[in-house]
Design a protein around this ligand. Sequence first.
Ligand SMILES: *[C@@H]1O[C@H](CO)[C@@H](O)[C@H](O)[C@H]1NC(C)=O
Ligand SMILES: *[C@@H]1O[C@H](CO)[C@@H](O)[C@H](O)[C@H]1NC(C)=O
Ligand SMILES: *[C@@H]1O[C@H](CO)[C@@H](O)[C@H](O)[C@H]1NC(C)=O
Ligand SMILES: *[C@@H]1O[C@H](CO)[C@@H](O)[C@H](O)[C@H]1NC(C)=O
Ligand SMILES: *[C@@H]1O[C@H](CO)[C@@H](O)[C@H](O)[C@H]1NC(C)=O
Ligand SMILES: *[C@@H]1O[C@H](CO)[C@@H](O)[C@H](O)[C@H]1NC(C)=O
Ligand SMILES: *[C@@H]1O[C@H](CO)[C@@H](O)[C@H](O)[C@H]1NC(C)=O
Ligand SMILES: *[C@@H]1O[C@H](CO)[C@@H](O)[C@H](O)[C@H]1NC(C)=O
Length: 375
Amino acid sequence: MIRHPKRTLFFVMFFAACTFICFRIQPSNSTHNRQSRHVVEQNFMEITRFPTPKKSNESFGVRLPCHPLENITKPYYLYIKDNMTGIDKTFFKLNDSKITEIPMDFSTSGHHICSWTVPRIFFAVLSVANASASRLEIRETWASEFYTESWRQLSQRRIAFFFGGAGLSSAQLRSLQDESARFGDIVVGDFNDTYDNLSLKMAVVISWVAQYCPNIEAMVKIDMDTFVNVDALLHLLKELPTDAHKNYVYGNRYNNDQAPVMRTGVWRVPKTIYPFEFFPQYVYGHSYVISGSAVKLLAKSFPYFPIIPNEDAFVTGIMSLVLNITRLDKSAFADLTKEDAVLTFDRGIDVTVVMKKEKREVVWSTLRRKKCKSV
Ligand SMILES: *[C@@H]1O[C@H](CO)[C@@H](O)[C@H](O)[C@H]1NC(C)=O
Ligand SMILES: *[C@@H]1O[C@H](CO)[C@@H](O)[C@H](O)[C@H]1NC(C)=O
Ligand SMILES: *[C@@H]1O[C@H](CO)[C@@H](O)[C@H](O)[C@H]1NC(C)=O
Ligand SMILES: *[C@@H]1O[C@H](CO)[C@@H](O)[C@H](O)[C@H]1NC(C)=O
Ligand SMILES: *[C@@H]1O[C@H](CO)[C@@H](O)[C@H](O)[C@H]1NC(C)=O
Ligand SMILES: *[C@@H]1O[C@H](CO)[C@@H](O)[C@H](O)[C@H]1NC(C)=O
Ligand SMILES: *[C@@H]1O[C@H](CO)[C@@H](O)[C@H](O)[C@H]1NC(C)=O
Ligand SMILES: *[C@@H]1O[C@H](CO)[C@@H](O)[C@H](O)[C@H]1NC(C)=O
């Protein structure tokens, strides 16, 4: 059953090498986490009778005496406000009747992904059928601690990869089913997975999360080429003003006071669908967080509003304005054009970053050694 020989070897070597550090420097609240994980694994054994993979008793990760947010600049968030001069605000209202059909049939449903216990956080990765190698890389790098050695997800963090199945060949669908049987983290919906349909895809993803992962604290939308410092991100979420703003989106503000609407090219939006020259303020789409209650509100509302192309502008800009979802800005969801990304990510200055494959490998080798505390 052990399918992570390299990782297992790493644990064993690591355990031998630094038992001293690990057991001396424990986060003060770790007892609770350890107990709840223990309970989860016990229940799991009773129900399925599969052997639970042996964990080396909290020796997971190097616990150096540092805090994951120590190099992230304050403030941890800024409120995003619109300058709606010259915009007809009546456009930004839900229709009284349903005008959009969100396809909620799934040939591979992934309904088990958030079962066993309520996870705290859900990572939704928008993928494409032919990118299986990149998915494996994600499972073995930044998301590796979400899985047991038999690729089950039982911790407070879960992940799934999303696809539209309508345009896929039967060979592609079969290979996604095989991947699902092995890793259990695949969701295939019933829509045409084209770039032009990205806003619809995100509406399906959010609606899936509302249905199958209710009661999470937040979901994080991640693109395939984006690397995540999960510990730092989870610590950052604890700093948000969630009591006053239950409904929020959180990411890196698109750096233009009046984000222009394109009428030609891949990002084109027809005037008939969206008549204005600029979008409400929104955050970049490579990585952003949506609070659990905003996920539910969005899912409920999508049928009553047109789907507008440009997924990030649509979800984090337009729909946030329509639904009075608080938009929060932090540059640590690093800009797509950042050149020294490896350096800043290594130093814990960013929580997510878009980077090429070679760089992702470099970053992972540093990050896995430098974990400060688990959440
Ligand atoms: C884990 O460590 C605790 C003490 O820190 C000990 O009581 C417990 O028995 C250990 N569990 C295993 C499975 O080794
Ligand atoms: C809002 O935008 C208009 C131009 O569209 C500009 O004239 C005005 O100064 C802006 N207001 C603020 C508060 O930035
Ligand atoms: C609701 O949608 C219908 C059909 O698209 C449209 O004719 C109507 O104007 C919309 N109503 C509002 C209030 O936007
Ligand atoms: C995978 O598919 C995407 C779009 O569907 C395409 O842009 C990309 O080039 C493909 N990659 C490979 C390796 O075929
Ligand atoms: C999917 O979209 C492409 C491009 O727009 C189109 O050629 C194809 O027929 C569509 N397929 C389905 C099943 O809608
Ligand atoms: C979006 O997906 C739907 C459902 O599969 C399909 O009918 C439509 O053609 C797609 N649109 C684009 C622009 O690909
Ligand atoms: C919008 O939400 C904020 C809290 O996030 C609340 O204070 C404000 O009253 C809301 N505005 C409207 C119009 O509902
Ligand atoms: C913060 O920066 C210092 C100096 O570069 C580094 O030693 C430390 O590991 C960094 N902390 C984190 C959490 O990455």
